[in-house]
Ligand binder design. Sequence first.
Ligand code: CA2
Length: 146
Amino acid sequence: MKLLILNGPNLNLLGIREPAIYGHETFADLCERIKAYAKEKGIEVRLVQSNHEGDLVDAIQQAYFDGLDGIVMNPGAYTHTSIALLDALKGVGLPAVEVHISDPDTREDFRKISFVRAACVATIKGHGTQGYFEAIDLLIDRLSEA
Ligand code: CA2
């Protein structure tokens, strides 16, 4: 089983700024923890972060072309703006889980809309970086049942 772990714009700044919202863990440390967790669970992960919408679309398509099994995705601010990401997720048809470190529904009104949600099997929000691990577990359970 191989999962794409996709992170959108500015998530590379984790741990550097806004710790009150996003915590103290750096993005590099989070990536290392995800790799270690995947190893423990006996799965593979492909970690991609980009600040560019088209690169995120490319990563979703590439996951499909390469036969990956599912996607854990924090699209960052593109969550609230991107029909291109929604179309890409719908287009590849891979099970995807939307993750947010904070809970966007309790923040500014413009964060209350998620375009990608319609193409995701679940949304995990407000659980800090732990949400990525919950999303991985969810996909492992779902894909193991299939
Ligand atoms: O809570 C989340 O995970 C978000 O997807 C994070 C996005 C935000 O636009 C979404 O509404 C909710 C922002 C990611 C920016 O991350 C930063 C981390 C540290 C410092 C500055 C930005």
